[in-house]
Design a protein around this ligand. Structure first.
Ligand code: R5P
Length: 309
């Protein structure tokens, strides 16, 4: 099964291919002078793309990634359908439809946090996005999706996978924490999985988000005095959640505080802010960032094996 990538996902696709015993093919992607995207399945890859099931690794983030993903899926679909007619007369255009078999692996699913209509008239953006990309593929693997419930009942099968086993392994090796903290109720299942895998203590905080840049935690006694603590979340954006949780841990005597997550967005100076609050930051490479030290490929490989079998 060829593992394909375009402008995003190249590194993960490269790591993924050997895990599922397949080749990595890079599709052509560039920009027209006006900024619009151009994608193409290169002539030399057409036979591979038609030969068996294919996986496209592509992020739906930032917004340009959404369009890139849709255009790549459209190009792959046409190639597999045998629709190769073109003005330059390139390629063997007398080929048939090879049928379904396009799988989309999304390391970071953008808009995941707009998973509810918080206010009347809003778009449930996560659902809308999934509805669009699912029209072009036969199944999806999504890594550490913020709240999978939003995608219930989609028309194609979806496997939700998690990098928490790899994050646990990395924290155990690099930090050896005594205590894992979930910075809000939403991260409890992920953070407690890490605590169980490492075999250390666990607790959580209750968080209220005042606005995109301001959060508050309900005060709680945590048994962290003199301990090494890792805060585990699905993503870090502004860093506000981690910084406030770290403040609470330091006030209660934590010796070291580290942060770990799957998706390192690090918006608006988050890394500098975090540097003043935590001793280390660990993320997967679902999004390229300077703290990406854990590969997302093994989790995606697990999901693909299940989805395709
Ligand atoms: C929200 O519930 C997520 O799990 C994260 O806690 C949140 O998105 C982190 O955002 P920030 O880094 O801006 O606090």
């Amino acid at each position: 099964m060829p593992v394909l990538s375009g402008a995003s996902g190249g590194e993960i696709a490269q790591g993924l291919a050997p895990l599922i015993g397949m080749e990595h093919l890079v599709l052509e992607s560039r920009r027209f002078p006006d900024g619009e995207a151009y994608v193409r399945v290169p002539l030399e890859s057409i036979d591979s793309v038609r030969s068996e099931n294919v996986v496209l690794v592509s992020n739906t983030y930032p917004d340009s990634g959404i369009l890139q993903t849709i255009l790549l899926l459209g190009a792959i679909r046409d190639v597999r359908m045998g629709d190769l007619s073109n003005l330059k007369g390139e390629g063997d255009i007398d080929v048939g439809n090879v049928g379904p078999g396009i799988f989309l692996a999304i390391p970071y699913f953008g808009y995941a946090r707009q998973d509810k209509r918080f206010s009347a008239g809003e778009s449930v953006s996560a659902r809308v996005l999934a509805e669009i990309v699912s029209r072009f593929c036969d199944g999806m693997v999504i890594l550490d999706l913020h709240a999978p419930e939003v995608l219930q009942g989609m028309d194609v099968p979806i496997k939700y996978v998690s990098s928490m086993p790899e994050i646990a392994e990395s924290l155990h090796r690099n930090v050896n924490p005594d205590f894992i903290l979930s910075p809000d109720k939403g991260a409890i299942s992920r953070a407690s999985e890490v605590a169980n895998l490492i075999g250390c203590e666990f607790s959580y905080l209750e968080k209220t988000r005042i606005d995109a840049h301001t959060i508050e935690h309900t005060p709680k006694d945590l048994d962290v005095s003199g301990k090494i603590v890792s805060i585990v979340d699905d993503m870090i954006s502004t860093g506000g959640t981690i910084c406030r949780a770290s403040d609470a841990l330091r006030r209660q005597g934590a010796k070291e505080v580290h942060a770990a997550c799957t998706h390192g967005l690090f918006t608006g100076g988050a890394l500098s802010r975090l540097a003043n609050h935590v001793d280390g930051v660990y993320t997967t490479d679902s999004l390229p960032n300077p703290r990406a030290s854990v590969s997302a490929a093994p989790a995606i490989a697990r999901g693909l094996k299940e989805l395709i079998s």
